[in-house]
Design a protein around this ligand. Sequence first.
Ligand code: PMP
Length: 415
Amino acid sequence: MFAAAAAATSTPNSLLLHRPSPAAAKVAMDSSLRLPGRAAGISCAAVATPERGVYNFAAGPATLPLSVLQKAQEELVDYRGSGMSIMEMSHRGKEFDAAIKKAEADLRTLLAVPDTHEILFLQGGATTQFSAVPLNLCASPSDPVDFVVSGSWSDKAFKEAKKFSAASVAWSGKDGKYTSLPPFDAIKQNPEAKFLHICSNETIHGVEFKDYPEPKNKSGILVADMSSNFCSKPVDVSRFGIIYAGAQKNVGPSGVTIAIVRKDLIGNAQPITPVMLDYKTHADNASLYNTPPCFAIYICGLVFEDLLAQGGLAEVEKKNAHKAGILYDAIDGSDGYYICPVEKSVRSLMNVPFTLAKGGDFEKQFIAEAAKEGMVQLKGHRSVGGVRASIYNAMPLAGVEKLVAFMKDFQARNP
Ligand code: PMP
């Protein structure tokens, strides 16, 4: 019975670089059996047995493809015959040089990044980009810039930008509790603004841009924080002056932040810009000005290989749309038992927030029971509460199917 269950559920959403060994599969099975309080009577237990014992719905750091972790494990102690871990070797040596160049080239292929744009591997998280962007794009703190504030992350970006620019809110979703996006002509753009900033996917509120506004500023620059939907679908990079993203949702571990910057925007930073925040520093040094987060960049490289092996981002987007579709259908088909407050046209394929009409105590019970069933980290962000299922690229379809089965089961047991 267990062998059949394992076979039925060992098809992850990504192509395996290496299929799990029988020993690894046994460990996964054993660990799923070890889950405390696993309720054999609950119907969703039959739906899917996660390979690692749990399905991890965390918003970030988030689940990574099992195949990538296994490859990293295989290479951890002796990186490709060097006798060293990639964590232990010079960032200027031939092994790491090849790894970072391959990662950059694969990302360029994945997102079809044009030659007009530089790819930079940076540190400090996406949060550091909240200041780096105005420092690099504004000549002085009195330069106007426009922000679409569609949730907590763009609000944070706006507040930080105010220190280094004359930032204004061109549209805010605050009154609607960040459940919608504006029609693009409702964004009050200042023609003098140095850039228009958006957050393409609000991780906490689950609001995602399906298309992007045209910047109406004279410089024609659109900047996007893509932290939580980076590499989840194809993007026309040429429309953006800057795209930035912390890696720890879709493409790797925390510690590295990727910025894709139009080359002509590099080299004009405000004089007070710290050397580490000036894009020119990193562009001139191929992201090796100082010691980079080597291990994180290496893992991103493995993830990029995996995404290419899946057929690229158009294929990845199809899988993401399918996963999100069955989850939203379950919410909308629950006769109001589960509620997603986000306007349908802008619902995120990555972060699905929902509440239970029965209230907070039932939400707690839902989250606790789901954890016993091997579906973990489903608690909504502390600022909004409720439930949030983050279903990034590496979340297998089986994980979402199991969650949907659990939701139906929970509703039936707690009408
Ligand atoms: N922007 C978005 C959309 C995010 O989701 C996050 C992190 N959750 C951040 C920015 C901040 O990223 P970091 O923790 O890498 O600074």
